[in-house]
Design a protein around this ligand. Sequence first.
Ligand code: URA
Length: 212
Amino acid sequence: MIETHRLTVVEHPLVQHKLSYLRDKETPTVHFRKLANEITLLLTYEATKDLPTEDYEIETPLEEMTAQRISGKKVAVCPVLRAGVGMLDGVLSLVSSARVGFIGMYRDEETLEPVQYYSKLPADLADRDAIVLDPMLATGHSSAAAIDAVKEAGAQSVTLVCIVAAPPGVEHVHEQHPDVHIVCAAVDRGLDERGYIVPGLGDAGDRLYGTK
Ligand code: URA
């Protein structure tokens, strides 16, 4: 695992194996969707590793013991529409009590700038750790704008979980949001002239939903 305090690249063999199938252009939509959620589940395991725990007393069938449970703030998971929704079940299968907020963001294909068209976020974001889901951290502009929206709604603690990142995206998010921890499966070489991550996996939304 490559880890700084602000970027974690999860190099676990299961993550890398599944990522290779996601990258393969021959992988059909039905498998792509399943793999995206499976990778997200594994990334969520890393993204939540510092959630605080507290001791409490339980009785096993054999004896009393001091057990641990997650304490304090709970989780809000905020997928960026539309491709982030393809990661949502992966988080919820681990953190089933999380609240869910949606941020509608599309990229203007000419300017590559993000345009927000929808936002529906939990009212108590200030009391929750927010996990923003955006599978492709390309220029970083839409992820940074989504994080702006989550913070404006009150979030104090934000983790960005993406599947593939590119160096300009990591830099942009950290310039705009130095406090945000990014968790991803890979940091690729760069961006092509259309703003796609290379080698990447193509358009995550199209591959998730079969729209091309
Ligand atoms: N969005 C995608 O879906 N893929 C990329 O490579 C970049 C942005």
